[in-house]
Ligand binder design. Structure first.
Ligand SMILES: [Zn+2]
Length: 115
């Protein structure tokens, strides 16, 4: 099973970068968490995030965040609310189709034997 990040929700922040102090260079990205295997894709209700500065090209980790950045982060985090859902992949549908065919065949031939 692989954990995969899908397309992010990006926000450009007007806060100063805690590393280089440039203003308006921070971008915040929220990624939905998707677990994927051959049978299904499971989209979780949680998101992961990264914060990047376009000026100094560094990732800004939460320990470096100022109170302002934390407030803005919490605000944007509330706007990103993915819904948890499960999506079956082709192999699962093939197996379900074969099981349905098998059940129909058993019922058909079972009814024929009884009659
Ligand atoms: Zn910076």
């Amino acid at each position: 099973m692989t954990r995969k990040k899908k397309e992010p929700n990006n926000y450009q922040l007007t806060n100063n970068c805690p590393e280089c102090f440039a203003k308006g260079t921070l971008s915040l990205s929220f990624y939905p968490i998707v677990q994927k295997n051959v049978f299904f894709e499971r989209h979780k209700a949680e998101v992961t995030h990264t914060m990047q500065c376009a000026q100094c090209k560094q990732q800004i980790y939460p320990v470096k965040w100022t109170d302002d950045i934390e407030r803005v982060f919490e605000y944007y985090q509330k706007t990103v609310t993915p819904k948890a859902h499960l999506k079956l992949r082709l192999l699962s549908w093939v197996i379900i189709g074969l099981l349905v065919l098998l059940a129909v065949a058993i019922l058909y031939y079972g009814a024929k034997v009884v009659a």
